[in-house]
Write a protein that binds this ligand. Structure first.
Ligand code: FAD
Ligand code: NAI
Length: 475
């Protein structure tokens, strides 16, 4: 006899666990199935984000930044550090504790919201009489039956052909987050978000880091004025970034990895490193889901096909997060999860794709929302641009971190904010104001007229808004 639920969520990452909580809040009887195992084989809710993504990477970025500050920047503040040491094992253990706190937090939230959790792999078995049968294969096997199914099975790292991940020498994000000792030489393929974040962590801790990027442009999706500023800062810090490369054969032996590659001029090169992180993007994951048993449609890249409301081709089957189209971001997955739960309840959940913020947690941080100058030009949209450098911001000077700028783009006629792009300290936090402004369709003048605390980095946002009208006060 199968257990009956109103809503069955497959996947307990940010898309799935948030959808489950919201559906339970709306009065549904909800099950969430997740197969992630911790080191002891027990459940570890939170998916990629919590276990091998957002959370552990930010923990290591923070620890490595502290080390970098102590090694290179405390002296500027008159603080002497003698005998500075590094305990990588402790740093990794702290990261694991942070991960566990987040895993446990979700267990607590499921109890609080009365979501029934099943540890194991969920797969479609059959669709009959308006219900879907889902098998859970875990320590014990059981079958659940539900009226609605939300698939939130996430994504996996893409490997390079002929160079599978062994997580010892050729690493995905998983292995990259648990290197036991600082490698002398570290190579990365792909200078996207993971390449820059993980490259930064291990460079700060002392590795010689080389990143090989296939495209000729650095951070092509980022506003190029911001990307250029960030590139300058990364190169100054010692990250070697090679653009426009072609990666050839990758060989591993006891000593490490040897990567044959061709530079932008077509010259053959070799990169010999102790470890290689491959960060060339991620692919939607439907392993073990058995979508074919019920006819759930996938696209040519293996992502579940959904419409703008996250409806699949099957009635009452929904899909959210990395397993569907759109940016692979935890907050995008969460917003879709909430919207789907609300739609199941007959409400009008909505995700505004134009105002999803992006953050790259390097130093300087890079954050943006809305359109870049390049996109506006390509669309033929008349716009005004205003920039304000952190060099002219009092709080940034006091912090001792004046790299970067805030750049605001507004419609030439209506002054509506079309995009904000930030490179600099706490860009991740500053972008929130800009998202709110764009959600409320604010004009640059609205931001320029709002009182911002002094001294604060947010004054740079206000000044960038003033700059749109060519009337900065402090620059
Ligand atoms: P996932 O988090 O991948 O969760 C899917 C879950 O489903 C997993 O637990 C998986 O085990 C489970 N599952 C899969 N198949 C089955 C099945 N058949 N049965 C049962 N369970 C199943 N995003 C940000 O917004 N900010 C960041 O700072 C950030 N940093 C990142 C850093 C790294 C190194 C990486 C790799 C990613 C990062 N991301 C970040 C992206 C973010 O992790 C993803 O966008 C997010 O996790 C997607 O959520 P999801 O719920 O769709 O999938
Ligand atoms: P990415 O898409 O950000 O970057 C991949 C890079 O690899 C691109 O620059 C691409 O041109 C390059 N590339 C692809 N194939 C290549 C090849 N054969 N040779 C050389 N270069 C090649 O993907 P990444 O870094 O793997 O991250 C995956 C996703 O995870 C991100 O897109 C993002 O959605 C998410 N993420 C988000 C974070 C955040 O929000 N701070 C942090 C880390 C990951």
């Amino acid at each position: 006899m199968s257990k009956q639920f109103d809503v069955i969520v497959i996947g307990g990452g940010p898309g799935g666990y948030i959808a489950a909580i919201r559906a339970a809040q709306l009065g549904f009887n909800v099950a969430c199935i997740d197969e992630w195992k911790n080191a002891k084989g027990g459940p570890a809710l939170g998916g990629t984000c919590t276990n091998i993504g957002c959370i552990p990477s930010k923990a290591l970025l923070q620890s490595s930044e502290h080390y970098d500050h102590a090694a290179h920047h405390f002296a500027d503040h008159g603080i002497e550090v003698k005998g500075l040491g590094l305990d990588v094992a402790k740093m990794l253990a702290r990261k694991d504790t942070v991960v566990k706190q987040n895993n446990d937090g979700i267990v607590y939230l499921f109890k609080k919201n009365k979501v029934t959790f099943f540890h194991g792999r969920g797969s479609f078995v059959a669709a009959k009489d308006g219900l879907y049968d889902i098998k859970v294969a875990g320590a014990a096997e059981e079958t659940l039956s539900g009226k609605h199914v939300i698939v939130a099975t996430g994504s996996n790292a893409r490997a390079l052909p002929g160079a599978p991940f062994d997580e010892e020498t050729i690493l995905s994000n998983d292995g990259a987050l648990r290197i036991g000792a600082v490698p002398k030489k570290l190579g990365l393929i792909g200078s996207g978000v993971i390449g820059l974040e993980m490259g930064s962590v291990w460079r700060r801790l002392g590795a010689e880091v080389t990143i090989l990027e296939g495209l000729p442009t650095f951070l092509g999706a980022v506003d190029q004025q911001i990307a250029k500023e960030a590139h300058k800062a990364f190169v100054k810090q010692g990250l070697k970034i090679e653009l426009g490369v072609k990666v050839g054969e990758i060989k591993t032996d006891k000593k490490g990895v040897s990567v044959a590659w061709t530079n932008a001029k077509g010259e053959a090169q070799t990169l010999d490193v102790d470890k290689l992180i491959v960060s060339i993007g991620r692919a939607a994951n439907t392993i073990g889901l058995a979508p074919e048993t019920v006819g759930l449609k996938l696209d040519e890249r293996g992502a579940i096909v959904v419409d703008e409301e996250c409806k699949t081709n099957l009635p009452n089957v929904w899909a959210v997060g990395d397993v569907v189209r759109g940016p692979m971001l935890a907050h995008k997955a969460e917003e879709e999860g909430v919207a789907v739960a609300e739609r199941i309840a007959g409400q009008h959940g909505h995700v505004n794709f134009n105002t999803i913020p992006w953050v790259i947690y390097t130093n300087p941080e890079i954050a943006w929302v809305g359109q870049t100058e390049e996109q506006l030009k390509a669309a033929g949209r008349a716009y005004k641009a205003g920039t304000f450098p952190f060099m002219a911001n009092g709080r940034a000077r006091a912090l001792g971190d004046t790299t970067g700028m805030v750049k605001m783009l507004a419609d030439a006629t209506t002054d509506e904010i079309l995009g904000v792009h930030i490179v600099g300290p706490f860009a991740s936090e500053l972008i929130a104001e800009c998202v709110v402004a764009m959600e409320f369709r604010a004009s640059a003048e609205d931001i320029a007229r709002i009182c911002h605390a002094h001294p604060s980095l947010s004054e740079a946002t206000k000044e960038a808004a003033l700059a749109v009208d060519k009337r900065t006060l402090n620059f």
